[in-house]
Ligand binder design. Structure first.
Ligand SMILES: [Zn+2]
Length: 274
């Protein structure tokens, strides 16, 4: 059974699936904002380089997160993306490992124009950043272990990034989409997501009535349906079930707070213990 539970280490808390780690050597984590070195609007564990926070603090936060997850040795192999609300899934092979690992100016840039990162390589933490948009982690465990981390705001969700990511991952791992497992991280809930009626009807037209809850957009339901639509059954999906706009004490919310930090979704195929 899929289960996201809290794990706290060195003052940093993540939602993770302990069993996936124990049985398949795959680490998945959705970070909370507590801990870290950032202050003011970004207070806590802000992991994003582009939001106006001090790059040195962002780098220190990333280092602290990886250390708390027990993968400090992979710090330079951390790989991030320049997210553009599209549907492109970036392949992370030898050439991309470590792209955007550091926020500091002059550092190697992130993978360009990608709202998903996928790899079959061990010891490569893939990380995307969020403040309301839906974080999605998909994992294939056979025949090849592979992971993808994807970012779905409304544009990406409407364009079907979740389904696209599942198809890409299954193709890479050589399995069926039905064999994948999916983790949907903290995002803005329908309770706080009012959108223009025209946009809401576009979603209902594409994904059915599940897209709307009391006149508001349910991005989580859209992502779940997008995954289900390509063959990842609901029973293989696990959601954090928490609204970022409601819980700014625990997560970052762009809609609720304006300028703020970003929490992260991270996946890593663990190598041999070091
Ligand atoms: Zn809410």
């Amino acid at each position: 059974m899929l289960l996201l539970t809290e794990r706290t280490s060195a003052g940093i808390t993540v939602l993770t699936d302990e069993r996936l780690r124990a049985e398949h050597g795959v680490l998945v984590a959705f970070s909370k904002r507590a801990g870290g070195f950032s202050t003011g609007d970004y207070a806590g564990l802000n992991l994003a380089a582009h939001v106006g926070d001090d790059a040195e603090l962002v780098d220190a936060n990333r280092t602290a997160l990886l250390a708390s997850l027990g993968i400090a040795h992979d710090r330079e192999r951390l790989t991030t993306a320049h997210q553009v609300h599209g549907t492109a899934i970036g392949q992370v092979g030898e050439d991309e490992i470590g792209a955007g690992a550091f926020a500091e100016e002059g550092s190697r840039p992130s993978v360009r124009d990608a709202d998903g990162l996928m790899t079959v390589a061990s010891d490569v933490p893939l990380m995307l950043c969020f403040a309301d948009c839906v974080p999605i982690i998909l994992v294939a465990t056979k025949p090849v272990v592979a992971v993808v981390v994807a970012h779905a705001g409304w544009r990406g969700a409407l364009a079907g990034i979740a389904g696209a990511a599942a198809r890409a991952l299954a193709a890479r791992a050589g399995c069926e989409t039905a064999d994948l497992v999916a983790y949907v991280g903290p995002h803005i809930g329908a309770c706080h997501y009012e959108v223009a009626p025209e946009l809401l009807s576009q979603f209902v037209h594409t994904f059915g009535t599940i897209a709307a809850a009391q006149g508001r957009l349910d991005l989580g339901a859209v992502v779940s349906e997008s995954l289900n639509g390509v063959g990842v059954p609901i029973s293989s999906q696990c959601s954090a079930n928490v609204c970022t706009a409601e819980r700014t004490d625990v997560f970052f919310s762009h809609r609720a707070e304006g300028p703020t930090g970003r929490h992260g979704a991270l996946a890593c195929i663990l190598g041999d213990p070091r």
